[in-house]
Design a protein around this ligand. Structure first.
Ligand code: IFM
Length: 453
């Protein structure tokens, strides 16, 4: 029997986001978001649903805080809905801000640290109507929004996150078209990615002045890429994937430039006209590299690729179906270790939080009334073993957040995917702890767990 233990001050948490749990679309002056519009468009959401009610957290937040208390978490990561606090993206809605004000006070009363994400994808539709993230003007709107929120809440929040997963915002939203606003324009996606990065850099300064005691970070979803064979072309495709996915954000933030090989690839595909894209303005990289206090890493899986036409990375499946979650993502815990180690060794990144890790499995209440999601327990346990390995190898990993506290609205998949530690009955809105919730609660209480040798 071996003991996997984490430092005493390691932060154990759970994560959610506003659009995925709050519901209450039209209450207290909330404005329309791009996800409201997108999910009202037929064919965009797998089960034809939307998040107008979701987990009804807007009304049940007190009950949800009790769940956090029961779990014994040290921290709760959630996001602010921009259209709730600025319905048209520009004008403050005090009633919307009050919701988060109350939530934060209640968290602090039970000694749970809020980790607040400022942008987790719910852009006010009114700003999309002006061009959305493809319009550089949005940087100013974002900064004004950040100023409002951090001005009001910055006296109590000690951890701020500017953006969640800019890759998804830029590329799923503007190249693949699977996410709001549903565009399919690779050039636009690159502009969006850049504007997001600039907005991140500009926001950091504002947060520092409004919330001087706080730590500030950004959250990236990182996916280690492996070649399907030792073939040189497949290796090249894996490197390209890494460049257009991971390094596209890591390099500007931590090195002050885009990765040249990925630029060259985008160029060859015709997504960029030159090696020096004209959307980059003088001084942008100085902003983007504004020093951070931590990096948030969302880790779920790896990708294995072979080379398609012109070295285009094409995903392939190399393990049996049972090794995939309901999202179709391979369970590959070692990738977490490799990524964390790489962030330290290649980028010299200090403080890191795993801001999301978790799995979608459809287990529902059994005849005994329990939810036997042993696959999720195994998933979390195996990833924590790899996280600990990284800590032992000198990675300054400060905490771990399970995605997610509750089953919730999983974007284009609607309610078909369940990531929660708590099962949600969307009709009665009852929350039921899955076996993984009991397991995680025990891990938190003991600051670790035992494994068979
Ligand atoms: O549900 C999402 C979350 O909003 C962002 N990270 C990945 C999760 C699972 O897909």
């Amino acid at each position: 029997m071996a003991l996997i233990t984490f430092p005493e001050d390691f932060i154990w948490g759970v994560a959610t986001s506003s659009h995925q749990i709050e519901g209450a679309w039209e209450e207290n002056g909330r404005g329309e978001s791009i996800w409201d519009r997108f999910s009202s468009t037929p064919g965009k959401i797998e089960d034809g649903s939307d998040a107008s009610r979701a987990c009804d957290h807007y009304h049940r937040w007190r009950e949800d805080i009790e769940l956090l208390k029961w779990l014994g978490v040290d921290a709760y990561r959630f996001s602010i809905a921009w259209p709730r606090v600025m319905p048209n993206g520009k004008t403050a809605n005090p009633a919307g801000l009050d919701f988060y004000d109350r939530l934060i006070d209640a968290l602090l009363r039970i000694d749970v640290q809020p980790f607040v994400t400022l942008y987790h994808w719910d852009l006010p539709q009114a700003l999309q109507d002006e061009g959305g993230w493809a319009n550089r003007k949005l940087v100013d709107d974002f900064v004004a929004y950040v100023d409002l929120v951090t001005g009001k809440l910055g006296d109590r929040v000690r951890n701020w996150i500017t953006h969640n997963e800019p890759w998804c915002i830029a590329f799923l939203g503007h190249e693949v078209g699977q996410h709001a606003p549903g565009h399919q324009d690779p050039r636009e996606a690159l502009v969006v990615a850049h504007n997001l990065l600039v907005s991140h850099g500009e926001a950091v300064g504002i947060i520092r002045s409004n919330s001087p005691k706080a730590s500030i970070g950004i959250v990236l979803n990182l996916v280690p890429a492996f070649a399907a064979s030792p073939d040189e072309q497949d290796e090249r495709a894996a490197t390209i994937f890494d460049g257009i996915f991971n390094r596209w954000f890591l390099d500007p933030i931590f090195r002050g430039s885009y990765p040249q090989d990925a630029i060259a690839f985008r160029n060859r595909r015709g997504d960029l006209e030159t090696d020096e894209p004209n959307f980059i303005k003088g001084g942008d990289f100085e902003k983007i590299t504004t020093p951070l206090d931590f990096l948030g890493v969302n880790y779920y899986s790896r990708i294995v690729v072979r080379a398609g036409k012109d070295d285009e990375p094409v995903a392939v499946k190399v393990v049996p179906d049972k090794d995939f979650t309901d999202m179709g993502w391979e369970v590959y815990p070692e990738g977490l270790y490799l990524m964390l180690k790489r962030l330290k060794d290649e980028y010299g990144i200090g403080c890191i939080y795993i801001t999301e890790n978790g799995a979608a499995y459809s287990d529902r209440p059994g005849e005994d009334g329990k939810i036997h999601d042993e696959r999720r327990v195994r998933y979390l346990r195996d990833h924590l073993i790899q996280a600990k390995r990284a800590v032992d190898d000198g990675v300054d990993l400060k905490g771990y957040f399970v995605w997610s506290l509750l089953d919730n609205f999983e974007w284009a998949h609607g309610y078909t995917k369940r990531f929660g530690l708590f099962w949600v009955d969307y009709i009665t809105q009852k929350r039921l702890p899955k076996n993984s919730a009991f397991w995680y609660r025990d891990v938190i209480a003991k600051r670790g767990f035992k494994i068979e040798d």
